[in-house]
Ligand binder design. Structure first.
Ligand SMILES: [Zn+2]
Length: 375
């Protein structure tokens, strides 16, 4: 049983898992309004009906196992722990990934592309399984922003996202007292899965923004590749560090969440906890702010599918409410705080929408040579 409103583990994971189970008795049940831990009367009644009282114990054991597998699968897309790596650290991780992955892994094919695919802008597929054509790059410097980690070449995005960032940066000093954006990873030139970091950021609609306010001088390329962002979380992840997490951080997150194009904002659970504590009575905007692992040095902004991208697969909207109650509490449990590590799985082009294969087949020497060699 899997709730469609589960924003920790996508319900599609259960379908994929159901597909792979060999038992003839495998049944996948989707709960229309169920969240990460379905516990409403009707969900519990359904559990009882489907598994029966005598078999309840077995069912619970199975669901604990399933939960473990789902958590494991969810963590495959969680690899943002290295978002703070310096340019040099990231380059060595990238080389290591290329050495370990099969040459036709989608991470390798998309990771080697250094230019965007021509054509009209299209976000193709989902945030975790997709690609991007017609990308444009955010300029390294603007009036109120600076692009960080330039050596990664990940400042490419759907033009709707790039325009959004330029607009947002301009209004933040006035609206939130935030001097400007230090912009982290957006996407690769053709989107797609990355060799390092991120499970998402594949269709040019996700962007990481540092939790460090922009300094009032232009950082050199070496500084942008080498300095670290500010960790605003303390107490072993249980709360924010009030000496570095300021009221301006709250105003910044609120301003971003209120933007109509924004689909979700991912932050560390401790940041969400602080927002819940300090937010005023009008808190509908908080629904979009979702806890996720990491995100203590940066927050992650995700836009909805742009109207022209017909192959873009968005997410179900976050459940209504401020997300502050029981569902936030789970993030401070042992299970959430110390998840078992899981290896990253190589993706093949077949795991992405068919249109994505055409993007890396475009005539750039390396990709063609590689494809020839594989055949
Ligand atoms: Zn991110």
């Amino acid at each position: 049983m899997h709730g469609i409103c589960d924003d920790a583990v996508p319900w599609q994971t259960s379908l994929a898992l159901g597909e792979r189970l060999e038992s003839r008795n495998a049944v996948v049940i989707l709960l229309k309004y169920g969240d990460h831990r379905p516990s409403s009367e009707s969900d519990l009644a359904r559990l009882g009906r489907n598994f029966g009282r005598t078999r309840m114990r077995v069912a619970v054991i199975k669901s604990i196992f399933l939960c473990g597998v789902l958590t494991l699968l969810a963590h495959l897309g969680r690899g943002e722990a290295s978002a703070q790596d310096t340019g040099a650290e990231e380059a060595s991780r990238r080389a290591m990934a290329i050495a370990q992955l099969p040459p036709d892994a989608a991470q390798v094919l998309f990771g080697r592309e250094s230019t965007p695919a021509a054509g009209p802008p299209q976000a193709i597929g989902s945030y975790e399984r997709g690609c991007l054509s017609g990308a444009i790059a955010l300029r390294a410097d603007g009036p109120n922003w600076q692009v960080m980690r330039p050596s990664r070449n990940r400042a490419w995005g759907h033009p709707v996202l790039i325009a959004f960032l330029e607009r947002l940066a301009q209004k933040l000093p006035g609206e939130a007292g935030w001097p400007g954006l230090l912009v982290g990873d957006i996407a690769q030139p053709r989107g797609g899965p990355m060799l390092t970091g991120h499970g998402s950021h594949q269709i040019g609609l996700d962007v990481d923004i540092w939790l460090t306010p922009m300094p009032n001088r232009r950082l050199s390329p070496a500084e942008r590749d080498g300095i670290s962002a500010t960790d605003v979380v303390a107490g072993e992840g249980m709360d924010i560090d009030p000496t570095v997490c300021t009221p301006q951080h709250r105003l910044l997150l609120e301003a971003v969440a209120r933007e109509p194009l924004v689909e979700r904002v991912f932050v560390n659970a401790a940041i969400k906890r602080a927002l819940c504590r300090e937010g005023g009575p009008e808190r509908a905007w908080m629904a979009k702010i979702r806890p996720w692992w990491g995100h203590n040095y940066h927050f992650h902004v995700r836009l909805s599918c742009p109207s022209g991208s017909r192959q873009c697969r968005g997410q179900t909207p976050p459940p209504p409410g401020d997300g502050c109650g029981k569902e936030l509490d789970w993030w401070f449990t042992e299970e959430a705080r110390h998840p078992r590590p899981s290896p990253r799985k190589p993706l093949r082009l077949g795991n992405l929408p068919p249109a994505c294969a055409a993007l890396v087949a475009a005539p750039t020497g390396q990709a063609l040579q590689l494809r020839g060699a594989a055949q």
